[in-house]
Design a protein around this ligand. Structure first.
Ligand code: ZN
Length: 232
């Protein structure tokens, strides 16, 4: 009676193994890794573009302000040339103040300019790296697609076999099996080996063993791992 569900379990085991092989494929891991890298780079590029926009704006504002100051300074210089001697001291003070302001503006502009250079350097680097990583990503993606294409017929075949095998099953037994699978147990059915659970190797008590004679399908549940134990 248990034969059918054991056959089902065996097919599922093969299917899971094939699917796991795909999941664990190095190419698949690399695809995921490079996909994440590209995403991060893209996000960084967007951030840098926003930063560049802002810094460029402040560069424009600062240079405009600077030019305005230079003009004022020029006017002041001319006024000073023609100023009468009693006002010279006042003009000199104003000139010093203006010069200080324009110096500090020059410094601001230099800082902003350096920041722009820094952003554009990182931007260039990231674009170059991103291009190289995109090539690698495409390479791994193609390699994984190939592995997948090779595996898929086998997986399809096992899925069809599993479905065919499922139709032969007693629905009560199938439900119990599916519940255990839901709880991530595999294999669900294990043989009794030297009075031990074939899954977790725990010793089965004599009273529990006695239930094998009375239970449906002669199956008992392991108290330790929850698998279903049958006698071979
Ligand atoms: Zn067990």
């Amino acid at each position: 009676m248990l034969e059918n569900i054991l056959e089902y379990q065996e097919i599922e085991g093969k299917l899971v193994a094939e699917e796991n092989e795909l999941l664990k494929s190095k190419d698949r891991e690399k695809v995921a890794e490079y996909s994440q890298l590209l995403k991060n780079q893209h996000a960084r590029i967007l951030t840098l573009e926003t930063q560049a926009q802002k810094v460029n704006d402040s560069y424009k504002k600062a240079t405009a302000k600077y030019e305005e100051f230079l003009k004022k300074l020029e006017v002041l210089e001319k006024e000073m040339e023609n100023a009468d001697s009693s006002k010279i001291a006042v003009y000199e003070k104003a000139y010093k103040d203006f010069a200080a302001i324009s110096n500090s503006l020059e410094k601001d502009i230099t800082n902003i300019y350096n920041h722009i250079q820094q952003i554009s350097k990182e931007y260039e680097e990231i674009i170059t790296k991103s291009k190289a990583d995109r090539i690698k990503f495409d390479k791994y993606k193609a390699a994984f697609a190939k592995v997948k294409a090779e595996k898929e017929p086998k997986i399809e075949e096992l899925k069809n076999k599993l479905q065919a095998s499922k139709e032969k099953l007693d629905s009560k037994l199938l439900n119990v099996y599916l519940q255990k699978r839901e709880a991530k147990k595999f294999p669900v059915f294990v043989a009794l080996i030297a009075n031990k659970c074939g899954g977790c190797r725990m010793e089965i008590s004599a009273s529990k063993l006695g239930q094998m004679k009375t239970n449906d399908y002669g199956v008992i549940e392991c108290e330790n791992c929850g698998r279903l134990i049958y006698k071979k």
